[in-house]
Design a protein around this ligand. Structure first.
Ligand SMILES: Nc1ncnc2c1ncn2[C@@H]1O[C@H](COP(=O)(O)OP(=O)(O)OP(=O)(O)O)[C@@H](O)[C@H]1O
Length: 606
């Protein structure tokens, strides 16, 4: 439990300690008022049982001193009303405190999700190559939510109820000390012999739930992510089966949770009421006066009545915290993984473009110096001792057989991957994590696999801008160069306001590619990186795109990976890659004239 509280503290600390202290203060006040309200019943019950004896007692004398002398009925009326008023106030305060705690706990979930998302997005791209997105989704959705609703909230509530129970126990200690002593021993034994084994089983069950959720997420993610393939291959039954199997395991474990929560509750109820019956019977049998005993029995019955629900809920909450420990452990493990680079990177002033505070300036060349890159776990490097210079304003293409390392080279250039050895320099500034984001502001990248947001075409072009920040004129200009304007304005129902559907399902492959290109151009980059970005375009559209790019962005450096040689025929330099190396380079005509392999590649495409 202590380690849970410690982890919880580390999670809530960034959300502000002031708020935590405020919630705990309200919780403490709630506990005190509730206890005083119950305790205030004692004078009332004593006055009702024997008003003369009450007037003689210390409490009675103090009470009369406070409210003034008067008839017996007046005394009882004031005692009853005061008690009732305190009860009403105590319950209203409870509602307020509960709402306050709920709000606080859900704010923790929100803060946690936000900070985890930021932290995950700050990681190296290679981290994402080794982790399944369904696992990250589970951490952000389920685990962060469970930390708030199944750990933070019950822990706060548990603190309040523990206080109430303790204060009540202290009040009973004054009235009937033996009840508390016996009660404490019973609770201790109960905890040792009943609760501990149940907790152990509940923990094992919560592990099963965690694994079950992980598997279910995985299966659903795969099935829905590849829905086109699943339907087209008529393999629906296979996928439905896998989802069903994953949720079956989860269902069985989930069904056991209420049982583990209810078992201690039921056992404890029997213990408390059984104990009370034994206590009353033994008091009567030992010859105690029943009239003198009545207010004490009444008081203890009321205390038990107030304590029981609290105790029952406390048991249930302890069980819930126990079950959700795994979620907390997973979130803590995620937090413990350090982000790859600082959140506030250094911005050396001399490498910035004037007027573009976030853009890395360069005027001469991009250089690869003896760059080697090996994927984690791979036997062979994907890029081997590569030296390369790309002059500013050049149009450079990489061609070669599949698997030769073209996309890896592009990923290194855009900083998704870091060289295993060697350096990449922009002018003579080595590319590091600290200046990477400045470099990315300078480039436009169109990947092989396009990702479209399920929002309007305009928002997709102005990727990452709020709807009201989208610059329409720039969207139109970028779409025009990318040959997207016509099909959007004439073919889409609401033009640039048309919503494209999840991952752009309502668009053709070629349309998606043109939007992806428009997106890269929207930010007016000074280097454009295209990884097979026009492969889905027909040759006529492709030529139009190439011509528009040359006309409207003549001084832009363009770096392209292409399978179709025709696409890059008029490029300044074509690099031919094989096995992670550049075998030869030159313009189209010189390569045709001198390189047998290149001629082979071209003739295979006719
Ligand atoms: N995430 C990865 N983990 C391990 N190896 C990888 C990974 N991605 C690519 N590779 C390997 O690295 C080598 C280069 O791959 P890369 O994708 O750069 O080739 P490519 O020339 O772009 O191929 P294509 O033309 O088919 O897109 C290949 O052998 C590939 O199997």
């Amino acid at each position: 439990m202590l380690s849970v509280l410690n982890d919880l503290y580390r999670i809530v600390r960034p959300s502000g300690l002031k708020r935590l202290v405020a919630v705990l203060a309200v919780t403490f006040l709630q506990a005190v008022v509730q206890t005083v309200a119950v305790f205030s019943l004692m004078p009332f019950l004593s006055a009702v049982a024997d008003v003369a004896a009450f007037r003689r007692s210390f409490v009675g004398r103090s009470f009369v001193g406070l409210v003034g002398e008067g008839s017996d009925n007046r005394l009882m009326l004031i005692a009853g009303s005061a008690s009732l008023a305190l009860l009403v106030f105590g319950n209203l305060l409870s509602l307020f405190a509960e709402h306050h705690r709920n709000r606080y706990a859900f704010t923790i979930a929100q803060d946690l999700r936000t900070s985890l998302t930021a932290q995950i997005l700050a990681r190296r791209y290679s981290y994402f190559l080794g982790v399944n997105s369904s696992v990250l989704l589970k951490h952000l959705m389920d685990d962060a939510g469970r930390v708030a609703s199944e750990i933070a909230l019950p822990a706060l509530d548990l603190a309040s109820r523990t206080l109430v129970v303790l204060l009540m126990a202290v009040s009973v200690l004054f009235v009937e000390p033996s009840v508390i002593v016996v009660g404490a021993v019973v609770v201790l034994l109960f905890n040792l012999f009943v609760m501990k084994p149940i907790r152990k089983r509940a923990l094992a069950n919560s592990n099963t739930i965690m694994l079950g959720f992980r598997r279910l997420h995985f299966e659903l993610f795969q099935t829905l992510g590849g829905v086109k393939q699943v339907i087209a291959s008529d393999r629906k039954d296979y996928f439905v089966n896998r989802v069903s199997q994953a949720s079956e395991q989860l269902t069985r474990a989930m069904a056991r949770v209420p049982l583990y929560a209810a078992m201690p509750r039921s056992g404890f109820e029997v213990l408390v009421f059984g104990g009370m019956i034994v206590w009353v019977l033994s008091a009567i049998m030992s010859g105690e006066n029943l009239t003198a005993l009545m207010p004490r029995i009444g008081f203890i019955a009321i205390v038990a009545y107030r304590m029981m629900p609290s105790l029952q809920i406390m048991f249930a909450q302890a069980a819930m915290i126990n079950s959700a420990q795994q979620a907390l452990a997973e979130v803590m493990a995620l937090i413990a993984e350090q982000p790859a680079f600082s959140a506030d990177p250094a911005r050396p002033a001399d490498v910035l473009v004037p007027g573009h505070a976030d853009r890395l300036g360069w005027s001469r060349h991009i250089r690869f110096e003896n760059v080697v890159f090996r994927y984690d776990g791979a036997d062979e490097p994907a890029i081997r001792h590569l030296d390369l210079t790309i002059a500013k304003g050049q149009r450079v293409a990489f061609v070669g057989s599949t698997g030769s390392g073209k996309s890896t080279l592009i990923d290194l250039l855009i900083g998704l991957l870091t060289p295993t050895s060697g350096r990449i320099l922009i002018d003579d500034v080595p590319l590091t994590y600290d200046n990477m984001h400045l470099w990315r502001q300078a480039m436009g990248y169109v990947p092989q696999e396009l990702f479209l947001l399920d929002s309007s075409i305009a928002e997709n072009v102005a990727f990452g801008c709020e709807a009201d920040e989208v610059d329409r004129a720039r969207v139109l200009r970028a779409a025009e160069i990318a040959q997207a304007r016509d099909f959007v304005e004439t073919g889409q129902a609401e033009g640039f306001d048309t919503v494209v559907g999840e991952r752009g399902v309502r668009l053709s492959g070629g349309q998606r590619q043109r939007l992806a290109l428009a997106r890269a151009l929207y930010f007016e980059p000074n280097v454009l990186i295209l990884d097979e970005a026009t492969s889905a375009l027909d040759p006529v559209t492709e030529r139009k795109v190439t011509e528009a790019l040359r006309r409207d962005s003549a001084d832009m450096t363009v770096i392209t990976v292409a399978h179709r040689i025709g696409t890059v025929r008029d490029y300044d330099v074509i690099h031919y890659m094989e096995h992670g190396r550049i075998l030869f380079s030159g313009d189209y005509d010189s390569l045709i004239a001198t390189q047998e392999r290149f001629r082979g590649l071209v003739s295979n495409q006719h």
